[in-house]
Design a protein around this ligand. Structure first.
Ligand SMILES: Nc1ncnc2c1ncn2[C@@H]1O[C@H](COP(=O)(O)OP(=O)(O)O)[C@@H](O)[C@H]1O
Ligand SMILES: [Mg+2]
Length: 439
């Protein structure tokens, strides 16, 4: 779905929410608000225009607040009628009916399936249910169990991506190694001055490996790895988002050593001076409080790993806490060369480029992100199939396909263009030169 189509869907869902709200069908309204907010957060993520993002964010905050009021009302009985903010809504609104939580977080939460095991260290876990239960029992100590189970769903068993799979980013890999991998090998060594960073921010243009780096670090460090986003924290638990943050941190403490990976950090913690009292604001405050809490406790072995394409939207308070800020830039020529050959090699696709041709491809892909290069290779791999008839296609086996040639990739270059906006890149580079500690 394009971002525009997503946006239309989000608008429609919110329309349904306000309609249900007007009709005093609060349970339905909550359900629609919740899913509309989630949709909007996804749209914000893909929206390149800063102003548009800001205005959408302001709207999301408004919906969150409204949903929060309805929820409190629904849960507490009739004494706290939510005030309708939007003037297009029915102003004659009287008592809210005492609806139950139907339709809002009322689904029974199932435990994650085997593909998403919780309680990493992954290698030390046998896949049998009893050890999983033991681990989840440990993680759920001192937390609200319904919320805790929601957080359990964010824990990923990472066994696939390794740091070696990631091209380039030598400095970032080293920093992650020092912060999470080495301390786990010999914790005693990494105390005092050698105390690892507790906040690392990966920033840079999309598609260059921020998410991959975080996941790889989690896998190799054998940490409990919580993969959270604004949607996990904010929309599902309208009215209880701060408690969700507390639960998350308590569980990270229970499962130490832990990594809390906040992808798209900007959508959760962006500067938001226009709505000082909103739910989003409180989430941010709670997050910072918790962050400070474990920063001051030497013994806590928790790392907050943030990733963002828009670090300039984070305020100083947040930046200050991420003591290492690493710029994940576009790949250089050598990295591009390696990635092209590696992408074909890993997918066992035969190629017939000479080393000079490969170097030329690296040169031609200036400005491409790593994920653009992967797309380019996919496109090139399709070229040999394009001249085949359906009958030929039906009979041919992968090993019989001809090799991918230099010309095939050149053709693909006409189709796959760099996705990074030069203006954004410029802003990121400026930010990096001012704020990055490692780049
Ligand atoms: N450094 C890299 N090495 C190999 N592949 C990469 C690298 N960076 C990105 N990719 C490819 O691009 C995809 C998107 O990368 P991702 O880590 O999600 O980017 P980001 O989080 O920076 O937007 C990955 O799934 C992978 O296929
Ligand atoms: Mg990412």
């Amino acid at each position: 779905m394009t971002n525009n189509a997503k946006k239309l869907k989000a608008i429609e869902t919110i329309r349904l929410a306000t309609e249900a709200d007007k009709a005093k069908n609060y349970a339905k309204a909550l359900e629609f608000y919740q899913s509309g907010i989630e949709d909007f957060l996804a749209v914000i993520k893909g929206e390149p225009n800063v102003e548009q993002r800001k205005s959408m964010r302001a709207r999301v905050v408004e919906y969150l607040d409204r949903a929060e009021k309805i929820k409190t009302y629904v849960e507490n009985g009739n004494d706290s009628k939510p005030q309708v903010k939007n003037n297009h809504r029915n102003t004659k609104e009287t008592k809210l009916p005492n609806v139950t939580r139907t339709g809002f977080n009322s689904k029974p939460k199932t435990l994650p399936s085997s593909s998403k095991a919780y309680g990493v260290p992954s290698t030390s876990i046998s896949s049998d249910n009893s050890s999983k239960q033991e681990i989840s029992h440990k993680l759920l100590k001192k937390v609200n169990s319904t919320m805790g189970r929601e957080i359990l769903n964010t824990i990923v068993d990472l066994t696939e991506i390794r740091l070696d799979d990631i091209e380039g980013h030598v400095i970032a890999k080293r920093a992650l190694e020092e912060a999470v991998i080495l301390p786990n090998i010999n914790p005693e060594l990494f105390t005092g001055l050698r105390q690892p960073s507790k906040g690392i921010l990966l920033f840079g243009p999309p598609g260059n490996g921020k998410t991959m780096l975080a996941k790889a670090a989690g896998t190799e460090a054998k940490c409990t790895f919580f993969n959270v986003s604004a949607a996990t924290i904010m929309s599902k638990w309208v009215g209880e988002a701060e408690k969700m943050v507390q639960t998350l941190f308590q569980m990270a403490r229970n499962g130490q050593p832990s990594i809390i990976f906040v992808d798209e950090l900007d959508s959760m913690l962006a500067e938001r001076s226009d709505n000082e009292n909103g739910c989003a604001r409180r989430v941010k405050t709670e997050f910072l409080l918790q962050f400070d809490g474990f920063m001051s406790r030497q013994e806590d072995r928790i790392l907050i790993l943030g990733a963002t394409n828009r670090p300039q939207e984070l305020d100083e308070g947040i930046l200050r806490r991420f003591t290492r800020r690493i710029f994940i830039d576009l790949p250089d020529e050598t990295t591009r060369r390696n990635l092209v050959s590696k992408t074909f090699r890993k997918s066992k696709t035969k190629t017939s480029f000479s080393p000079t041709e490969l170097s030329k491809l690296a040169e031609f892909t200036e400005g491409y992100s790593n994920s653009d290069i992967v797309s380019l290779c996919r496109e090139a791999a399709m070229v040999p199939l394009r001249n085949m008839t359906r009958e030929e296609l039906a009979k041919v086996s992968p090993s019989q396909l001809r090799s991918i040639t230099f010309e095939d990739v050149q053709m693909a270059l006409n189709v796959i263009k760099p996705s990074t906006n030069p203006e954004n890149l410029q802003k990121l580079r400026e930010f990096a030169s001012k704020h990055a500690q490692v780049s």
